[in-house]
Design a protein around this ligand. Structure first.
Ligand SMILES: Nc1ncnc2c1ncn2[C@@H]1O[C@H](COP(=O)(O)OP(=O)(O)OP(=O)(O)O)[C@@H](O)[C@H]1O
Ligand SMILES: [Mg+2]
Length: 357
């Protein structure tokens, strides 16, 4: 249930800040504004903000350049301090649950409960055994507060804080729908993180953050070829130093080998998580894997995932059901950055006022 205007989706990623503003109408959803700015490699390291001044300044610049005046926004957190568990609790009313949830959560979370923000979603009621299944989500207050504070320092008003994996699922649901009787996996491969979300029968059954992404490919190119970050990044992305205009140059043959072998290593880690899920969940076999995130631009990555997991895999573009008028949004920027927009677009689908479903 949604009410009020769409929030501006703000994704503060390791490689870059992405900002999207959507407009929903009877004719569909369209992108009104798009902002993008890269962040220097040491600004955010493994989800930890090292230089908040740069992030704040970049956020302000992105909003200004994209001509976004609205301040109300939705942000998200990711990373290994976010904990998601499926738990069962005795049947109770919503009011009772709101009261009890901290006590229930305490038994499943390895952090001090005072340090975490807890939320939940009722997945299933099982009156026959007087139990209900919940999806419990806990994120360190520090991390949420830090990101919200960055937004406030950039003169924004963060209204919603989501989790990367759910945001992407939300957009996927809008884009493709969630199959009611199948298990699928949605994988977002960014710069330093890969988030994996297995959705069974329309609800998230398992999520995991894997601490690697496209950066480890860039690192390896830097190391093996002895070139600086920017050059290695350009080689990885096909030779152009800048996706918005640089001319594709020659890419050393070794780069292709590095991309293939590191992609295979990332895919192997993903496969271990999928295997763990299959061995422990009792859910139906995964029918399809959808790969998104900036690193999904690497064709060999989705191929490696398909090979390793032995599940048909496809690259899913977050913008496939979103219209964009070239008078509002640069077509070139949108095409170059499309794969990186799943979190920002998912956040931009959120509204100012929402009620729990
Ligand atoms: N055309 C391309 N080819 C290959 N890799 C690309 C391309 N475009 C972007 N990438 C890679 O995608 C990654 C950035 O993706 P994305 O914006 O989804 O990550 P992020 O949100 O900044 O990082 P994280 O989610 O890990 O914090 C970088 O590693 C970048 O090199
Ligand atoms: Mg990201």
């Amino acid at each position: 249930m949604a009410d009020g205007k769409n929030l501006v989706g703000v994704d503060i990623g390791t490689s870059s800040i992405k900002v999207c503003q959507l407009k929903e109408s009877r004719r569909g959803v369209s992108l009104l504004r798009l902002g993008y700015a890269p962040l220097a490699p040491q600004t955010i390291v493994d989800g930890q903000v090292m230089d908040s001044g740069v992030v704040i300044e970049t956020l302000q610049r992105v909003f200004h350049n994209a001509k976004i005046r609205q301040k109300e926004c939705a942000i998200s957190v990711s990373g290994q301090t976010v904990i998601i568990r499926k738990i069962s609790v005795p049947m109770m009313t919503q009011a009772e649950l709101d009261e009890q949830i901290h006590w229930e959560a305490e038994q499943h979370i390895p952090f001090d409960i005072k340090d975490v923000q807890v939320d939940y979603q009722v997945l299933r009621r099982r009156p026959e055994v007087s139990q209900m299944d919940l999806l419990l989500v806990a994120a360190k207050r520090d991390q949420i507060n830090d990101y919200a504070q960055l937004a406030r320092d950039a003169k924004l008003r963060p209204v919603v804080c989501d989790i990367d994996a759910f945001t992407v699922q939300n957009l996927f649901e809008f884009s493709r729908g969630l199959p009611p009787d199948q298990t699928i996996a949605i994988i977002n491969v960014g710069a330093s993180l890969t988030s994996l979300n297995i959705v069974a029968g329309g609800v998230s059954a398992f999520t995991r953050e894997i601490a690697s992404g496209g950066n480890i490919i860039t690192d390896e190119i830097q190391k093996q070829l002895g070139v600086p970050f920017d050059q290695a990044e350009a080689y990885k992305c096909g030779g152009a130093l800048d996706a918005q205009g640089g001319q594709p140059g020659m890419v050393p043959a070794q780069v292709v080998q590095i991309i293939d072998s590191v992609s295979d290593a990332i895919a192997a880690e993903i496969q271990r998580s999928l295997d763990f899920f299959m061995a422990t969940s009792g859910e139906a076999e995964i029918m399809r894997i959808f790969v998104t995130g900036g690193s999904a631009n690497l064709v060999s990555l989705a191929q490696a995932i398909e090979r390793r997991a032995r599940v048909p895999s496809e690259v899913w573009s977050p913008i496939e059901r979103i219209a964009a008028d070239p008078r509002d949004v640069s077509h070139q920027l949108l095409q170059a950055r499309a794969a990186q927009l799943s979190v920002a677009l998912g956040l931009a689908l959120r509204h100012e006022k929402e009620t729990r479903t």
